[in-house]
Design a protein around this ligand. Structure first.
Ligand SMILES: Cc1cc2nc3c(=O)[nH]c(=O)nc-3n(C[C@H](O)[C@H](O)[C@H](O)COP(=O)(O)OP(=O)(O)OC[C@H]3O[C@@H](n4cnc5c(N)ncnc54)[C@H](O)[C@@H]3O)c2cc1C
Length: 330
Protein backbone atom coordinates (compact mmCIF):
# COMPACT_ATOMS: atom_id res chain seq x y z
CA UNK A 1 0.00 0.00 0.00
CA UNK A 2 1.33 3.42 -0.92
CA UNK A 3 1.57 5.96 1.91
CA UNK A 4 -1.18 8.60 1.91
CA UNK A 5 -2.37 11.55 3.98
CA UNK A 6 -5.62 10.86 5.86
CA UNK A 7 -8.06 13.74 6.35
CA UNK A 8 -10.91 13.53 8.84
CA UNK A 9 -13.33 16.36 8.06
CA UNK A 10 -16.17 16.98 10.54
CA UNK A 11 -18.53 18.59 8.02
CA UNK A 12 -19.44 18.00 4.40
CA UNK A 13 -18.17 21.51 3.55
CA UNK A 14 -14.74 20.63 4.94
CA UNK A 15 -14.77 17.40 2.93
CA UNK A 16 -15.71 19.23 -0.26
CA UNK A 17 -12.92 21.72 0.26
CA UNK A 18 -10.47 18.84 0.48
CA UNK A 19 -11.83 17.47 -2.81
CA UNK A 20 -11.65 20.69 -4.78
CA UNK A 21 -10.33 19.77 -8.24
CA UNK A 22 -8.06 22.83 -8.27
CA UNK A 23 -6.55 21.74 -5.00
CA UNK A 24 -5.96 18.09 -5.68
CA UNK A 25 -6.16 15.83 -8.69
CA UNK A 26 -9.28 13.69 -8.27
CA UNK A 27 -7.28 10.62 -9.23
CA UNK A 28 -4.90 11.39 -6.38
CA UNK A 29 -7.63 11.87 -3.77
CA UNK A 30 -10.04 9.18 -2.68
CA UNK A 31 -13.15 9.29 -0.56
CA UNK A 32 -13.36 6.71 2.22
CA UNK A 33 -16.61 5.44 3.75
CA UNK A 34 -16.74 1.92 5.28
CA UNK A 35 -13.49 0.98 3.50
CA UNK A 36 -14.74 -2.46 2.47
CA UNK A 37 -13.70 -1.89 -1.13
CA UNK A 38 -11.29 1.02 -0.99
CA UNK A 39 -8.91 -0.62 1.48
CA UNK A 40 -8.63 -3.68 -0.78
CA UNK A 41 -7.94 -1.41 -3.71
CA UNK A 42 -5.22 0.36 -1.73
CA UNK A 43 -3.61 -2.89 -0.63
CA UNK A 44 -3.53 -4.16 -4.20
CA UNK A 45 -2.24 -0.87 -5.66
CA UNK A 46 -5.39 -0.51 -7.77
CA UNK A 47 -5.93 2.85 -6.11
CA UNK A 48 -2.88 4.88 -5.14
CA UNK A 49 -4.16 8.17 -3.79
CA UNK A 50 -1.96 10.76 -2.12
CA UNK A 51 -4.87 11.95 0.03
CA UNK A 52 -7.84 10.14 1.53
CA UNK A 53 -10.89 12.03 2.74
CA UNK A 54 -12.61 9.98 5.41
CA UNK A 55 -16.34 10.73 5.47
CA UNK A 56 -17.13 8.71 8.56
CA UNK A 57 -16.71 11.58 11.02
CA UNK A 58 -19.36 13.67 9.27
CA UNK A 59 -22.63 13.77 11.16
CA UNK A 60 -26.04 13.69 9.52
CA UNK A 61 -25.14 11.50 6.55
CA UNK A 62 -26.51 8.19 7.77
CA UNK A 63 -30.20 8.80 8.35
CA UNK A 64 -33.21 7.08 6.84
CA UNK A 65 -35.95 9.70 6.67
CA UNK A 66 -39.50 9.78 5.38
CA UNK A 67 -40.02 12.47 2.75
CA UNK A 68 -43.29 14.39 2.32
CA UNK A 69 -45.68 12.42 0.10
CA UNK A 70 -44.23 9.02 0.94
CA UNK A 71 -40.71 9.22 -0.45
CA UNK A 72 -37.61 8.17 1.44
CA UNK A 73 -34.19 9.83 1.78
CA UNK A 74 -31.24 7.70 2.83
CA UNK A 75 -27.87 9.17 3.75
CA UNK A 76 -24.78 7.89 1.95
CA UNK A 77 -23.21 6.71 5.21
CA UNK A 78 -26.18 4.53 6.16
CA UNK A 79 -24.82 1.03 6.63
CA UNK A 80 -26.27 -1.88 4.69
CA UNK A 81 -27.06 -3.60 8.02
CA UNK A 82 -29.20 -0.63 9.07
CA UNK A 83 -31.02 -0.64 5.74
CA UNK A 84 -31.62 -4.36 5.85
CA UNK A 85 -33.05 -4.19 9.37
CA UNK A 86 -35.30 -1.16 8.91
CA UNK A 87 -38.77 -2.39 9.93
CA UNK A 88 -40.74 0.09 7.81
CA UNK A 89 -38.63 -0.32 4.67
CA UNK A 90 -38.90 -4.08 5.03
CA UNK A 91 -42.65 -3.65 4.49
CA UNK A 92 -42.71 -0.79 2.01
CA UNK A 93 -39.49 -1.31 0.02
CA UNK A 94 -38.79 -5.03 0.32
CA UNK A 95 -36.66 -5.01 -2.84
CA UNK A 96 -34.16 -2.70 -1.15
CA UNK A 97 -33.97 -4.39 2.25
CA UNK A 98 -33.73 -7.81 0.59
CA UNK A 99 -30.98 -6.60 -1.72
CA UNK A 100 -29.09 -5.14 1.26
CA UNK A 101 -29.48 -8.42 3.16
CA UNK A 102 -28.05 -10.35 0.20
CA UNK A 103 -24.74 -8.45 0.23
CA UNK A 104 -21.61 -10.20 1.51
CA UNK A 105 -21.61 -11.17 5.21
CA UNK A 106 -23.12 -9.62 8.32
CA UNK A 107 -19.71 -8.25 9.33
CA UNK A 108 -19.26 -6.52 5.97
CA UNK A 109 -22.83 -5.19 5.98
CA UNK A 110 -22.26 -3.64 9.42
CA UNK A 111 -19.39 -1.61 8.02
CA UNK A 112 -20.27 -1.07 4.34
CA UNK A 113 -22.30 2.00 3.44
CA UNK A 114 -24.90 2.74 0.81
CA UNK A 115 -22.68 5.35 -0.90
CA UNK A 116 -19.74 2.94 -0.94
CA UNK A 117 -21.85 0.12 -2.27
CA UNK A 118 -23.01 2.22 -5.22
CA UNK A 119 -19.48 3.45 -5.94
CA UNK A 120 -17.56 0.21 -5.45
CA UNK A 121 -15.27 -0.75 -8.30
CA UNK A 122 -15.69 -3.80 -10.59
CA UNK A 123 -14.82 -7.31 -9.45
CA UNK A 124 -13.62 -8.58 -12.84
CA UNK A 125 -10.46 -10.52 -12.08
CA UNK A 126 -8.50 -8.81 -14.84
CA UNK A 127 -9.29 -5.47 -13.22
CA UNK A 128 -8.52 -6.80 -9.73
CA UNK A 129 -5.22 -8.35 -10.74
CA UNK A 130 -2.51 -5.87 -9.81
CA UNK A 131 -0.38 -6.95 -12.75
CA UNK A 132 -2.89 -6.83 -15.57
CA UNK A 133 -3.28 -3.48 -17.32
CA UNK A 134 -6.74 -3.98 -18.72
CA UNK A 135 -8.96 -1.42 -20.44
CA UNK A 136 -10.39 -0.33 -17.08
CA UNK A 137 -6.91 0.59 -15.89
CA UNK A 138 -5.81 2.55 -18.94
CA UNK A 139 -4.81 -0.43 -21.10
CA UNK A 140 -6.00 -1.02 -24.63
CA UNK A 141 -7.93 -4.26 -24.26
CA UNK A 142 -10.68 -5.85 -22.20
CA UNK A 143 -9.03 -9.22 -21.57
CA UNK A 144 -12.31 -10.87 -20.59
CA UNK A 145 -13.54 -10.65 -24.19
CA UNK A 146 -11.19 -13.34 -25.45
CA UNK A 147 -10.27 -14.70 -22.04
CA UNK A 148 -11.98 -15.87 -18.86
CA UNK A 149 -15.44 -14.38 -19.00
CA UNK A 150 -17.74 -16.64 -17.00
CA UNK A 151 -18.71 -13.75 -14.70
CA UNK A 152 -18.83 -10.97 -17.28
CA UNK A 153 -21.55 -9.07 -19.12
CA UNK A 154 -24.13 -10.47 -21.50
CA UNK A 155 -25.96 -7.17 -21.97
CA UNK A 156 -24.56 -3.73 -22.76
CA UNK A 157 -20.96 -4.92 -22.92
CA UNK A 158 -18.17 -3.40 -24.99
CA UNK A 159 -15.55 -2.15 -25.11
CA UNK A 160 -15.38 -3.28 -21.45
CA UNK A 161 -17.37 -6.32 -20.31
CA UNK A 162 -17.41 -5.81 -16.55
CA UNK A 163 -20.63 -6.34 -14.63
CA UNK A 164 -21.58 -3.76 -12.07
CA UNK A 165 -21.08 -5.41 -8.68
CA UNK A 166 -23.58 -3.46 -6.56
CA UNK A 167 -26.72 -5.26 -5.37
CA UNK A 168 -28.26 -2.03 -4.13
CA UNK A 169 -28.04 -0.40 -7.55
CA UNK A 170 -30.61 -2.60 -9.38
CA UNK A 171 -32.97 -2.38 -6.39
CA UNK A 172 -32.77 1.43 -6.46
CA UNK A 173 -33.17 1.46 -10.24
CA UNK A 174 -36.36 -0.58 -9.93
CA UNK A 175 -37.57 1.96 -7.34
CA UNK A 176 -36.77 4.83 -9.73
CA UNK A 177 -34.47 6.42 -7.14
CA UNK A 178 -32.08 9.34 -7.61
CA UNK A 179 -28.77 10.27 -6.06
CA UNK A 180 -27.90 13.69 -4.70
CA UNK A 181 -24.36 14.71 -5.53
CA UNK A 182 -22.69 17.63 -3.80
CA UNK A 183 -19.59 19.59 -4.70
CA UNK A 184 -18.29 23.09 -4.02
CA UNK A 185 -20.38 24.18 -7.01
CA UNK A 186 -23.62 23.07 -5.33
CA UNK A 187 -25.92 20.08 -5.50
CA UNK A 188 -27.27 18.12 -8.43
CA UNK A 189 -29.75 15.28 -8.53
CA UNK A 190 -29.19 12.43 -10.96
CA UNK A 191 -31.54 9.52 -11.58
CA UNK A 192 -29.96 6.16 -10.81
CA UNK A 193 -30.69 5.26 -14.42
CA UNK A 194 -28.30 8.01 -15.54
CA UNK A 195 -25.80 7.71 -12.68
CA UNK A 196 -24.30 4.47 -13.93
CA UNK A 197 -22.61 4.85 -17.29
CA UNK A 198 -22.02 2.23 -19.94
CA UNK A 199 -18.38 1.84 -21.03
CA UNK A 200 -19.48 2.60 -24.59
CA UNK A 201 -21.04 5.91 -23.51
CA UNK A 202 -19.02 7.29 -20.65
CA UNK A 203 -15.40 7.25 -19.57
CA UNK A 204 -14.34 3.59 -19.68
CA UNK A 205 -12.16 4.16 -16.60
CA UNK A 206 -15.21 4.95 -14.45
CA UNK A 207 -18.60 3.41 -13.84
CA UNK A 208 -20.61 6.44 -12.74
CA UNK A 209 -21.37 10.05 -13.55
CA UNK A 210 -19.70 11.19 -10.31
CA UNK A 211 -17.46 14.13 -11.23
CA UNK A 212 -14.13 15.04 -9.63
CA UNK A 213 -14.82 16.97 -6.43
CA UNK A 214 -18.28 15.43 -5.92
CA UNK A 215 -19.58 13.31 -3.06
CA UNK A 216 -22.70 11.20 -3.18
CA UNK A 217 -24.62 12.66 -0.24
CA UNK A 218 -27.92 10.78 -0.29
CA UNK A 219 -30.29 8.58 -2.20
CA UNK A 220 -33.88 9.69 -2.68
CA UNK A 221 -36.63 7.21 -3.43
CA UNK A 222 -39.80 8.80 -4.81
CA UNK A 223 -43.24 7.93 -3.42
CA UNK A 224 -44.41 4.56 -4.71
CA UNK A 225 -47.91 3.63 -5.84
CA UNK A 226 -50.10 2.36 -2.99
CA UNK A 227 -50.34 -1.17 -4.39
CA UNK A 228 -46.67 -1.46 -5.29
CA UNK A 229 -45.08 -4.70 -4.17
CA UNK A 230 -41.47 -5.55 -4.69
CA UNK A 231 -38.96 -8.32 -4.43
CA UNK A 232 -35.28 -9.17 -5.02
CA UNK A 233 -33.81 -12.47 -6.19
CA UNK A 234 -30.10 -13.09 -6.50
CA UNK A 235 -28.21 -16.14 -7.69
CA UNK A 236 -24.67 -16.66 -6.40
CA UNK A 237 -22.08 -19.29 -7.16
CA UNK A 238 -21.32 -19.81 -3.48
CA UNK A 239 -23.94 -20.18 -0.78
CA UNK A 240 -21.83 -18.03 1.56
CA UNK A 241 -21.05 -14.38 0.70
CA UNK A 242 -20.70 -13.70 -3.00
CA UNK A 243 -21.55 -11.22 -5.72
CA UNK A 244 -24.46 -11.95 -8.05
CA UNK A 245 -24.07 -14.12 -11.12
CA UNK A 246 -27.46 -12.69 -11.90
CA UNK A 247 -30.10 -10.84 -9.91
CA UNK A 248 -33.57 -9.45 -10.44
CA UNK A 249 -35.14 -6.41 -8.77
CA UNK A 250 -38.86 -6.22 -9.38
CA UNK A 251 -41.45 -3.59 -8.42
CA UNK A 252 -45.00 -4.19 -9.61
CA UNK A 253 -48.41 -2.69 -9.13
CA UNK A 254 -51.03 -5.41 -9.31
CA UNK A 255 -54.69 -5.90 -8.51
CA UNK A 256 -54.16 -9.57 -7.77
CA UNK A 257 -55.20 -10.69 -11.27
CA UNK A 258 -53.41 -8.26 -13.56
CA UNK A 259 -50.05 -6.55 -13.44
CA UNK A 260 -50.87 -2.89 -13.97
CA UNK A 261 -47.24 -1.81 -14.30
CA UNK A 262 -43.83 -3.13 -13.42
CA UNK A 263 -40.24 -1.96 -13.18
CA UNK A 264 -37.61 -4.61 -13.73
CA UNK A 265 -33.87 -4.18 -13.16
CA UNK A 266 -31.21 -6.84 -13.56
CA UNK A 267 -27.94 -7.18 -11.69
CA UNK A 268 -24.80 -9.17 -12.49
CA UNK A 269 -25.38 -9.19 -16.24
CA UNK A 270 -24.30 -5.76 -17.54
CA UNK A 271 -21.74 -3.01 -16.85
CA UNK A 272 -24.58 -1.01 -15.27
CA UNK A 273 -27.68 -2.05 -13.34
CA UNK A 274 -29.77 -3.00 -16.35
CA UNK A 275 -33.32 -1.80 -16.79
CA UNK A 276 -35.33 -4.41 -18.69
CA UNK A 277 -37.75 -2.08 -20.44
CA UNK A 278 -38.97 -4.71 -22.90
CA UNK A 279 -39.97 -6.92 -19.97
CA UNK A 280 -41.78 -4.01 -18.37
CA UNK A 281 -43.70 -3.42 -21.62
CA UNK A 282 -44.60 -7.12 -21.80
CA UNK A 283 -45.90 -7.02 -18.23
CA UNK A 284 -48.04 -3.88 -18.54
CA UNK A 285 -51.69 -4.93 -18.07
CA UNK A 286 -50.74 -8.59 -18.47
CA UNK A 287 -52.63 -11.28 -16.57
CA UNK A 288 -50.71 -12.66 -13.60
CA UNK A 289 -50.00 -16.04 -15.05
CA UNK A 290 -47.02 -18.13 -16.08
CA UNK A 291 -47.45 -17.29 -19.79
CA UNK A 292 -47.06 -13.57 -19.12
CA UNK A 293 -44.07 -14.20 -16.88
CA UNK A 294 -42.35 -16.29 -19.55
CA UNK A 295 -43.02 -13.65 -22.20
CA UNK A 296 -41.50 -10.99 -19.93
CA UNK A 297 -38.45 -13.16 -19.29
CA UNK A 298 -37.96 -13.71 -23.03
CA UNK A 299 -38.27 -9.97 -23.64
CA UNK A 300 -35.81 -9.12 -20.84
CA UNK A 301 -33.04 -11.19 -22.38
CA UNK A 302 -33.74 -10.41 -26.02
CA UNK A 303 -30.58 -8.80 -27.35
CA UNK A 304 -28.28 -10.55 -24.91
CA UNK A 305 -24.87 -11.24 -26.43
CA UNK A 306 -23.07 -13.79 -24.30
CA UNK A 307 -19.31 -14.21 -24.39
CA UNK A 308 -17.67 -17.62 -24.79
CA UNK A 309 -18.30 -18.78 -21.18
CA UNK A 310 -21.35 -16.99 -19.88
CA UNK A 311 -24.34 -18.00 -22.01
CA UNK A 312 -25.65 -19.76 -18.87
CA UNK A 313 -26.65 -16.31 -17.60
CA UNK A 314 -29.49 -16.16 -20.14
CA UNK A 315 -31.60 -19.06 -18.84
CA UNK A 316 -30.50 -18.24 -15.29
CA UNK A 317 -31.78 -14.67 -15.51
CA UNK A 318 -35.00 -15.71 -17.25
CA UNK A 319 -35.63 -18.23 -14.49
CA UNK A 320 -34.98 -15.64 -11.78
CA UNK A 321 -37.40 -13.18 -13.33
CA UNK A 322 -40.11 -15.82 -13.67
CA UNK A 323 -39.61 -16.82 -10.03
CA UNK A 324 -39.69 -13.21 -8.88
CA UNK A 325 -42.97 -12.67 -10.73
CA UNK A 326 -44.40 -15.89 -9.34
CA UNK A 327 -43.50 -14.83 -5.83
CA UNK A 328 -45.50 -11.62 -6.25
CA UNK A 329 -48.40 -13.56 -7.74
CA UNK A 330 -48.35 -16.07 -4.88
C1 LIG B 1 -16.01 -10.43 0.67
C2 LIG B 1 -16.89 -9.37 0.06
C3 LIG B 1 -18.09 -9.75 -0.49
C4 LIG B 1 -18.91 -8.77 -1.06
N1 LIG B 1 -20.11 -9.14 -1.62
C5 LIG B 1 -20.92 -8.18 -2.14
C6 LIG B 1 -22.18 -8.53 -2.68
O1 LIG B 1 -22.61 -9.67 -2.67
N2 LIG B 1 -22.95 -7.52 -3.19
C7 LIG B 1 -22.53 -6.21 -3.20
O2 LIG B 1 -23.27 -5.34 -3.64
N3 LIG B 1 -21.33 -5.88 -2.70
C8 LIG B 1 -20.53 -6.83 -2.17
N4 LIG B 1 -19.32 -6.48 -1.66
C9 LIG B 1 -18.87 -5.11 -1.80
C10 LIG B 1 -19.25 -4.28 -0.61
O3 LIG B 1 -20.64 -4.24 -0.49
C11 LIG B 1 -18.73 -2.92 -0.87
O4 LIG B 1 -17.33 -3.01 -0.83
C12 LIG B 1 -19.21 -1.94 0.16
O5 LIG B 1 -20.58 -1.78 0.08
C13 LIG B 1 -18.53 -0.63 -0.05
O6 LIG B 1 -19.00 0.26 0.91
P1 LIG B 1 -17.98 1.02 1.84
O7 LIG B 1 -18.77 1.98 2.64
O8 LIG B 1 -17.12 0.08 2.59
O9 LIG B 1 -17.16 1.79 0.72
P2 LIG B 1 -15.61 2.16 0.60
O10 LIG B 1 -14.81 0.95 0.45
O11 LIG B 1 -15.23 3.11 1.66
O12 LIG B 1 -15.69 2.94 -0.79
C14 LIG B 1 -15.95 2.23 -1.98
C15 LIG B 1 -15.82 3.19 -3.16
O13 LIG B 1 -16.86 4.15 -3.12
C16 LIG B 1 -16.34 5.48 -3.03
N5 LIG B 1 -17.26 6.16 -2.12
C17 LIG B 1 -17.66 5.73 -0.90
N6 LIG B 1 -18.58 6.56 -0.39
C18 LIG B 1 -18.77 7.53 -1.31
C19 LIG B 1 -19.61 8.68 -1.36
N7 LIG B 1 -20.46 8.98 -0.37
N8 LIG B 1 -19.54 9.48 -2.44
C20 LIG B 1 -18.70 9.18 -3.46
N9 LIG B 1 -17.89 8.10 -3.48
C21 LIG B 1 -17.93 7.29 -2.40
C22 LIG B 1 -14.93 5.32 -2.49
O14 LIG B 1 -14.10 6.37 -2.90
C23 LIG B 1 -14.53 3.99 -3.11
O15 LIG B 1 -14.09 4.17 -4.44
C24 LIG B 1 -18.51 -7.41 -1.05
C25 LIG B 1 -17.29 -7.04 -0.47
C26 LIG B 1 -16.49 -8.01 0.08
C27 LIG B 1 -15.18 -7.58 0.70
Amino acid sequence: MKAFRLHNPRTIEEALQLLEPERVSSLKTAVLAGGMDLVTELKEYLAQPDDIVNLKGIEGLSGIEAEPGGGVRIGALCTLARLEEHPVLQRTHAVLTQAAASVASVQIRSQATLGGNLNQRPRCWYYRNEESVCLKKGGTECFSYGGLNKYNAILGGGPSYIVHPSDLAPALLALDASVELVSRKGMRTVKIEKYFTLPSEGDVLRETALEPGEILRSVVIPPQKVWMRSTWLKFKEKSSFDWALSAVALCAVTDGKTIREARVALGGVAPVPWRAKAAEAALANAPMERKSFEAAAEAALRGAEPLSQNAYKIPLTKGLLIRALESLAG
